[in-house]
Design a protein around this ligand. Structure first.
Ligand SMILES: [Zn+2]
Length: 330
């Protein structure tokens, strides 16, 4: 019996959850839900690796790195491991529409799901940031009617609302919270980022390693600075210029920053010592005048609306204006 390796930063809750499962209590389907960049896909891959490792281990989590299962997984050739990202189309292109990075490897998900294991063990499917067409959803439902033994399906999403209720109800939901600043630093350090750079990026990442990495790429830092400046100008009732961030390519990420700042501001109103996601702005947020509870509710409503219409054709400056009105002092 070995402990095995499991290379995931954070995710204490999901880790504890799976460590308490056994082969007998493992379900056919899991839904990893949580914000972007908190390690859902990494965890899913590490879980898949663990499930395909054939060396006996103390818990479900962990892999040995040298058994035939581990060797094949590491080489990307394990016949019982499938991974795909994004929209799943089924039934197009004479039955093979299981979109993968490589079109040539596109397979029919359902056919694959119903086949037997090549290696005689488990088969693991990871569908990252899954978005199902109706056909794909219907096909998946057939799978759940009579799931073959030893198949484990892991779906990850940062947008729970896009998972059809009929699918969602058949998956066991596992929640992934935002990462702490220390955890983001750890993720970045593992990718070879220098300690001080990692610390700086983690402070503005809103709990997301993806956001931190984007910040380190040129340009993102400037956009974030523009959003922050706009947020405080709007909340103080000053001249708020959204032109630097309210553009099509930056709108969704920038709205995330606005949401984080708004939530932190509200959290500070609730009490001292609350952990903030935008820790670098604590002093400025604390200095903003408090609002009536009703104003906070209105602000959260406006942010939810902005989030929804940001995905439509509405012009980005209009989305910014909607939030500015809700942010403005009474
Ligand atoms: Zn192994």
């Amino acid at each position: 019996m070995i402990d095995g390796r499991f290379e995931v930063v954070g995710a204490a809750g999901p880790r504890a959850f799976f460590e308490h499962l056994t082969a007998a209590t493992l379900s056919h389907g899991y839904l990893f839900a949580g914000p972007q960049g908190v390690g859902k896909k990494t965890f899913a891959r590490e879980l898949a690796r663990s499930l395909l490792c054939v060396t006996p281990k103390r818990t479900l989590l962990g892999w040995c790195g040298h058994c035939p299962g581990c060797t094949q997984t590491a080489a990307g050739t394990h016949p019982d491991f499938y991974a795909a990202e994004g929209q799943l189309k089924i039934g197009e292109r004479d039955g093979s529409g299981f979109h993968d990075a490589d079109e040539a490897t596109a397979r029919d998900l359902v056919r694959q799901l119903s086949l037997h294991s090549y290696a005689g063990g488990r088969r693991v499917f990871v569908l990252g940031d899954a978005d199902f067409t109706r056909e794909a959803a219907n096909a998946l439902l057939k799978f759940f009617e009579e799931p073959p033994p030893d198949v484990v399906l892991i779906v990850t999403t940062a947008a729970l609302g896009r998972i059809l209720p009929t699918i969602r109800s058949r998956l066991v939901e596992v929640a992934f919270p935002p990462l702490s600043e220390d955890e983001i630093v750890e993720v970045l350090r593992r990718r070879g980022v220098a300690a001080d750079e990692a610390r700086r990026a983690a402070a503005v990442a809103n709990g997301s390693a993806t956001r931190a990495a984007a910040f380190l790429d040129e340009g993102e830092g400037a956009t974030r600075d523009a959003v922050v400046a706009w947020f405080f100008a709007a909340a103080e009732g000053g001249e708020a210029d959204a032109s630097a961030w309210a553009t099509r390519p930056t709108l969704e990420a920038s709205l995330e920053t606005v949401k984080t700042l708004a939530r932190d501001w509200i959290a500070l109103g609730v009490g001292e010592g609350v952990p903030l996601l935008a820790g670098d702005q604590r002093a400025r947020l604390a200095a903003l005048p408090r609002r009536e509870p009703a104003a906070y509710v209105r602000l959260l409503g406006a942010l939810a609306d902005a989030d929804r219409i940001a995905r439509t054709n509405v012009s980005p400056p209009l989305v910014a204006e909607l939030v500015r009105i809700a942010l403005a002092p009474p």
